[in-house]
Write a protein that binds this ligand. Structure first.
Ligand SMILES: NC(=O)c1ccc[n+]([C@@H]2O[C@H](COP(=O)([O-])OP(=O)(O)OC[C@H]3O[C@@H](n4cnc5c(N)ncnc54)[C@H](O)[C@@H]3O)[C@@H](O)[C@H]2O)c1
Length: 308
């Protein structure tokens, strides 16, 4: 297949590109390198350095005429989306519409979209949340992810453009950056690997559903061949608290450092967890990685790359 992937210098997108290339697909990759790293670009893919919100990005898609658009580029810093919702919407909403406009008349047969379970459901009524759980995004970032899903639904109805929106839980694994408002795994590992003391916000009893990037890649591979249209949760259905994550990482790194507890973050969601039963049905997807092994592999990656 001919596939365009966006956000390919980042954490998840770059891992997906490697898997698509390995499977023999022709892959064109788009990124503006605003937060991504050039070293994550797969040399076997055709790289286009472009801002997804620029008209040139839409023209690129019209020229490439891919079978699939896999969209992972995003402004993904929740706090930044609160501080500057206009910038967030420019990248995450207008940038995505620009790519959809480029796709609708280019023979694109499917759009795969990186959505977010935690961000679109907001405070959950039930645990884990299935896809029919009410969506109450609690940040402009969450609103932009939900808006992306609604635009996909519109393009599917109006232009028969099929899509699958993968609502990820908290993704962790090799290549996750510790900069900005990163995941707790990346932040703790970068501190532990350099002998610094991590700070746990509040009591550390906040829980998240941690899914390994290799499993997320497998969902993006399965999505290529699926005929399902709509949102699908990608997570483990298991909640793990921050204190437990810290203990696993400390052991994986072999560090004697103890975390300190700081003040709780006001407004932080206490619990979040998604039900991936639909993914098992429509993608034949189930998470394979067990948490302590996934964290060990991630720690290994940090050990090898720290200081690079
Ligand atoms: N990491 C998670 O836990 C998680 C959870 C749910 C959803 N997601 C979604 O998955 C996707 C990938 O996340 P990630 O963790 O790999 O993020 P990342 O920040 O590592 O990668 C994002 C990439 O997008 C690029 N980018 C940003 N703005 C751009 C623009 N205007 N034009 C072109 N490229 C641009 C960046 O340079 C970067 O390489 C995002 O859409 C994110 O919202 C991530």
């Amino acid at each position: 297949m001919k596939i365009v992937v966006t956000g390919v210098a980042g954490f998840i997108g770059s891992n997906i590109v490697d898997a698509y290339i390995e499977r023999g697909h022709e892959v064109h990759i788009l990124d503006d390198l605003s937060t991504g790293q050039r070293r994550n670009l797969n040399p076997k893919a055709e790289f286009h350095e472009v801002d997804i919100a620029h008209p040139h990005a839409a023209r690129l898609i019209e020229g490439i005429k891919p079978d699939v658009l896999n969209h992972h580029a995003a402004q993904m810093d929740v706090r930044h989306s609160v501080a500057d919702p206009t910038f967030d919407a420019r990248v995450n909403i207008l940038g995505f519409i620009n790519l959809l406009e480029g796709s609708k008349n280019s023979g694109v047969k499917k759009v795969i979209f990186a959505s977010s379970g935690g961000a679109v459901y907001g405070e959950q009524d039930v645990f884990p949340a299935a896809e029919d759980h009410p969506t109450r995004p609690a940040s402009p970032y969450g609103v932009s992810k939900r808006a992306g899903e609604l635009y996909l639904s519109y393009y599917q109805q109006a232009f028969a453009l099929p899509y699958i929106a993968l609502r990820y839980a908290n993704v962790y694994g090799p290549r996750q950056s510790a900069k900005g408002e990163a995941g707790v795994v990346a932040i703790f590992l970068s501190l532990l690997s350099t002998g610094k003391t991590p700070v746990i916000n509040g009591d550390g009893g906040q829980t998240r559903d941690y899914v390994y990037v290799g499993d997320v890649v497998a969902a993006n591979v399965a999505a290529l061949d699926s005929t399902f249209v709509g949102p699908v949760n990608i997570g483990t259905g298991v909640e793990t608290d921050v204190v437990t994550i810290f203990r696993h990482l400390r052991e994986a790194v072999g560090s004697p450092i103890e975390a300190q507890h700081g003040p709780a973050k006001p407004g932080e969601q206490r619990h979040s967890c998604v039900d991936a039963g639909l993914a098992a049905q429509v993608l034949n997807w189930r998470p394979q990685m067990i948490l302590d092994e996934g964290l060990r592999r991630t720690a290994e990656f940090y050990r090898e790359t720290v200081g690079r």
